[in-house]
Design a protein around this ligand. Structure first.
Ligand SMILES: *[C@@H]1O[C@H](CO)[C@@H](O)[C@H](O)[C@H]1NC(C)=O
Length: 291
């Protein structure tokens, strides 16, 4: 009797073990099935490429819905691309709507004056042959539409709107250009307000038929790897270039993450060959910029 009970107990233990094992087996099968169906995805794709390999950087990063809601007009599909890590530069598709571009141009058009550059000795503006465009500033927070755009810039760059200068609207006609330069300052005078310029957001308000590219001549990486290489002007092929497209914007950094100056941020605007170019620039400082 004692023996029998013992045997029965053992049988019970066996059946429990079988049950647990078969349940584990079934769980494994289900998990493998789910993995096979792609319901769970493991991070095993080859996303880790060399930072300067531009070919693999041209990858759609995020399809982002319009979160503003109250922006002027329809911005269409929006997504960002990494252009380069040296300089740190990103291309945002559909940053502005056509209506916003037209609005900025219409506001600026009656007030355009020949562009100047900042004299590093006196801090004053001076005429220059390296910059032949015309332009004007739109005061920060000037109206609802501009405040909305400035909020969007702050969200994309993670820099508060209060660190930004007014929007500068620029117009380049055939032959006009801005030779390669840095946006950061090497003098004391120009860094009194807000400290050093840390980032620039450049918005294209028009398409340009030919030329007018934004070029980064000191960018690291294979500059001929961009998908639009064959469409670039001779000037555009002197570096990593972006073709102006209405509504698109590029964000690039003049400082590294440790706030030291980044000389690879050298950039210029190639001469317009056909058509004309309208752009809007937002310069952002490390600290609050008083207006
Ligand atoms: C740069 O990219 C182009 C276009 O993809 C390719 O033909 C060329 O071999 C690359 N050059 C180098 C040095 O990797």
């Amino acid at each position: 009797m004692v023996k029998l009970r013992h045997a029965r107990g053992q049988a019970k233990r066996w059946s429990t073990l079988t049950l647990v094992l078969s349940m584990l087996f079934m769980l494994t099968v289900v998990l493998l099935l789910l993995l096979g169906l792609g319901i769970f995805s493991l991070a095993i794709s080859g996303e880790d490429s060399s930072p300067n390999d531009l070919s693999s950087s041209y990858r759609r990063m995020a399809a982002e819905k319009d979160r503003d809601g109250d922006g002027l007009g329809d911005r269409g599909e929006q997504w960002t691309e990494i252009l380069s890590w040296e300089p740190r530069a990103f291309l945002y598709h559909g940053f502005l709507s056509k209506e916003e571009c037209d609005y900025l141009i219409a506001l600026a058009k009656p007030h355009m004056v020949k562009s100047t550059v900042v004299d590093s000795k006196t801090g004053k503006s001076k005429d220059s042959r390296v910059r032949t465009s015309s332009g004007m500033f739109l005061r920060r927070g000037r109206d609802k539409i501009i405040r909305n755009i400035e909020k969007r810039i702050a969200e994309f760059s993670f820099i508060p709107a209060e660190h930004g200068e007014g929007l500068q609207i620029l117009h380049y006609e055939v032959g006009q250009k801005y030779e390669a330069h840095f946006d950061y300052f090497l003098d004391e005078f120009n860094t009194k307000n807000g400290g050093q310029r840390t980032a620039t957001l450049l918005m294209y308000l028009s398409d340009v038929e030919e030329g007018g590219e934004t070029v980064f001549p000191a960018a690291k990486g294979n500059i001929s790897d961009v998908p639009w290489w064959n469409e670039l002007s001779e000037c555009g092929r002197q570096g990593l270039s972006v073709k102006p497209k209405m509504g698109n914007a590029i964000l690039f950094w003049s400082t590294r993450p440790d706030a030291t100056l980044d000389p690879s941020s050298l950039h210029g605007s190639c001469p317009v060959i056909r058509g004309n170019k309208w752009s809007a620039t937002k310069w952002m400082h490390l600290g609050e910029y008083g207006i």
